[in-house]
Design a protein around this ligand. Structure first.
Ligand SMILES: [Zn+2]
Ligand SMILES: [Zn+2]
Length: 379
């Protein structure tokens, strides 16, 4: 079968002929791949800056954001049947007997750091015609999410951050009075890519007043082929009932003067220095949620003394970036269904293009184009 693979030693990226997956254990499932989304991590792997193949393979099959249809299940599988749509999680346990997290089936909290991640680290990904996996790593998806289920993994990143936010908010003395969720609270989402926009939707449905604060955003997908005026991302934000503010047009202190204290910041820029520096504008008792991983672009300078001083004085918390648990995937699937009802057609607008598996290798080498690009492996 066809698969898209990166060869780190050769510095090559191409379509390969890979062996068909099979049921090797009673808990296994074979999945026919429908859609695979790609993101910045895939581009870093495709340019050989990160990523590692399985120990016995010269290549790594790409793809960690997938939606597929079950074609065959092992004799012990009960929860999933052929014909079901599923989304696979990414991280798999390490082998250490002493890793309590992995032994409990929670590699999202792996203690050894020797977990594998499908399509990223030590295990093949999903950008192939089929893959197999243990049923416990697959989350069922309702049929009505066929066209947008590929957004589950990026939304799960935001869901993880928001679930931890809700735990931290319980420390507030008035949480016991039954004030839950985001009702009346103000959230600023930093960035306007897929994780940012999905995270904004998740915050809006929880009652937060949301502002998306980002550079650019005037044009169409990714700022190219612009329509002028407010721009497509601004229109998208407004259609959610959120506000879109271009960083070029308004500084954060002026935004706060206009709208009030920021209770939550959701960073979804890949942790740019500007987004981290924005922390100084977080309000009292505020929470800063990270979904990006800083540092891959080299060292940068922040006034850490000033930031930490402010954090302690204002009783703030930084969370993340955490790896999504199975629970976060389930929350993402539920939220996708909720978003589809609340904003019909909106999720489909987050997918900027679909291409065939034969054209995927070229697309990985091109710069990001804003919203989610998807390889449509099968119909
Ligand atoms: Zn991704
Ligand atoms: Zn572990």
């Amino acid at each position: 079968m066809k698969a898209v693979a990166v060869f780190p030693e050769e510095h090559a990226l191409r379509l390969v002929e890979h062996r068909e997956p099979a049921i090797l254990a009673p808990g296994d499932v074979v999945v026919r791949v429908l859609d695979v989304g790609f993101c910045g991590i895939d581009r870093e792997i495709a340019s050989f800056r990160t990523g590692s193949p399985p120990a016995d393979s010269p290549y790594l099959i790409l793809g960690h954001e997938a939606l597929g249809e079950v074609v065959e299940v092992g004799s012990a599988v009960r929860r999933i049947r052929p014909g079901d749509l599923v989304v696979p999680t990414v991280r798999r346990p390490c082998r250490h007997e002493t890793c309590r997290a992995c032994r409990m089936g929670r590699p999202d909290f792996c203690l050894s750091g020797e977990y594998t991640q499908r399509g990223i680290k030590g295990a093949h990904g999903f950008l192939a015609e089929r893959f197999s996996d243990d049923a416990r790593w697959l989350q069922p998806v309702p049929r009505e999410l066929r066209d947008v289920g590929v957004l589950t993994q990026p939304l799960a990143l935001a869901e993880t951050a928001i679930a931890e936010l809700e735990q931290v908010q319980k420390r507030l003395p008035w949480a016991a009075l039954g004030e839950t969720g985001g009702s009346g609270k103000r959230a600023v989402v930093l960035g306007a890519g897929p994780v940012a926009l999905l995270g904004a939707m998740a915050l809006v449905v929880r009652g937060y007043k949301v502002t998306i604060y980002s550079h650019g955003g005037r044009g169409g997908h990714g700022g190219h082929g612009g329509r002028g005026g407010r721009g497509e991302k601004a229109e998208f934000a407004e259609s959610l009932g959120a506000q879109f503010v271009r960083a070029e047009e308004e500084k954060l202190d002026s935004l706060i003067d206009r709208t009030g204290r920021i209770d939550v910041m959701l960073e979804a820029t890949g942790a740019t220095p500007e987004a981290l520096a924005a922390m100084e504008h977080l309000g009292r008792n505020g929470v800063y949620l990270m979904t990006g991983i800083p540092g891959r672009r080299g060292a940068f300078t922040l006034d850490a003394g000033n930031l930490l001083h402010g954090m302690v004085q204002r009783n703030q918390v930084i969370i993340g970036p955490a790896h999504p648990s199975a629970e976060a995937y389930r929350a993402a699937i539920q939220d996708l269904a909720l978003f589809s009802r609340r904003w019909p057609g909106a999720l489909a607008r987050l997918i900027s293009s679909r291409m065939t598996i034969d054209h995927a290798s070229e697309a990985f080498r091109k710069p990001a184009s804003g919203l989610k690009q998807v390889v449509a492996v099968a119909d």
